[in-house]
Design a protein around this ligand. Structure first.
Ligand SMILES: Cc1cc2nc3c(=O)[nH]c(=O)nc-3n(C[C@H](O)[C@H](O)[C@H](O)COP(=O)(O)OP(=O)(O)OC[C@H]3O[C@@H](n4cnc5c(N)ncnc54)[C@H](O)[C@@H]3O)c2cc1C
Length: 319
């Protein structure tokens, strides 16, 4: 079901004076960077929930990160569509104010087909060219309505739907330690990732992890055993608080290695020391990932600029 003539044309944004488009398909960004041997740097935000959160993101975080010229940003989609409009608004505003490619996340688990279509048409109309196609987690908040009629159960179905629609570069999620809910073992989960790629995903962004061997084993299995050819980019979360990282890893099923936990516990409640350690750890982790052939880095910024900026500076990855 491709876009048809009765749909309004996409708004043209981000065309430079020389006619070059600055809002690009992420699949093309990867191809270009891989040709020149440079890692693709991307930074993830969540849509702020308050006006002061908007101000922080747009007046502080983004101007600071823009100085580092990341290749693209991405903006998450709240469980069950709870940030449906806000995600598109934030992506649109970043693209318009900063002429930098920004990807909208989209989950399918609690959305009707009509809601998904509406989101994609609106994205296209706003000049958004990239979608991270996800299943999402079932909403825990019972106040969020879940119209699941005629929708999709798994992300591969959403990827396939967006691919048929056309006009977007599509990303998908990968799990180096296997998806937390997959009880048939990591190879089954990774085979399912291959299905998402065959359905039309142009690149994979991974869940956070702290042991690089997990990424390399996952990547090598996908490439050498399953024949996957799209870029598989590691997702990195610079640790900013011990309590927070324990909560995140418990939720997503990532392992917090014992040696890392011991170090964090020694630092106790000294948040400055924990953040500095988090930056140092993520910088060393990133350096080894790139040395091992990772095509880029996707940094979960939690809407703060300092850790991402410092990591990229430590790696001399950007200006
Ligand atoms: C980079 C990244 C960004 C994310 N952004 C967001 C976001 O913005 N909003 C949000 O809500 N969540 C986000 N998530 C979390 C994600 O939505 C959850 O981890 C979700 O539980 C899985 O999504 P998926 O797209 O990988 O699902 P799927 O690929 O559909 O997999 C989900 C589970 O179903 C299993 N499965 C897949 N296919 C089949 C099949 N045919 N039969 C049986 N089982 C199957 C898989 O093994 C897995 O256990 C993100 C995750 C990552 C890594």
């Amino acid at each position: 079901m491709p876009f048809t003539a009765d749909q309004p044309p996409p708004r043209q944004i981000g065309t430079t004076k020389t006619g070059k488009k600055s809002i690009r398909l992420i699949g093309d960004i990867y191809k270009e960077r891989l040709r020149t041997g440079q890692p693709v740097v991307s930074i993830e935000f969540f849509p702020p929930k308050t006006p002061s959160g908007d101000t922080r993101l747009f007046d502080h975080t983004l101007p600071a990160l823009q100085r580092l010229a990341p290749d693209f940003y991405s903006v998450t989609y709240g469980a069950g569509g709870s940030t449906r409009d806000k995600t598109l608004e934030v992506v649109d505003r970043i693209q318009q104010e900063h002429q930098t490619t920004t990807m909208a996340h989209l989950t399918c688990i609690s959305s009707s087909l009509a809601q998904i279509k509406h989101y994609l048409f609106e994205a296209r109309q706003r000049g958004i060219r990239n979608i991270l196609a996800l299943r999402g987690d079932p909403p825990q908040d019972s106040s969020i309505s879940a119209d699941t009629s005629k929708s999709f159960e798994y992300a591969f179905q959403l990827v396939s739907f967006i691919k048929q629609l056309g006009g977007f570069s599509i990303g998908t999620a990968g799990f180096p330690e296997s998806h937390v809910a997959c009880d048939q073992g990591k190879h089954v989960d990774w085979q399912r990732l291959k299905v998402k790629i065959e359905a039309g995903a142009d690149f994979v962004l991974t869940q956070l992890f702290f042991n690089n061997d997990d990424y390399f084993i996952f990547r090598d299995y996908l490439v050498n055993t399953l024949g996957v050819e799209v870029p598989i980019t590691p997702g990195l979360l610079p640790i900013q608080s011990t309590k927070q990282i324990k909560r995140f890893t418990a939720l997503c099923g990532a392992t917090l290695p014992a040696s890392l936990l011991t170090k964090l516990e020694k630092l106790g409640d000294d948040t400055t020391a924990v953040s500095e350690f988090g930056i140092e750890f993520a910088s060393r982790q990133s350096e080894a990932l790139i040395a091992g052939g990772a095509p880029g880095l996707h940094i979960y910024s939690l809407n703060k600029p300092d850790a991402a900026s410092q990591i990229l500076k430590n790696l001399s990855l950007r200006a």
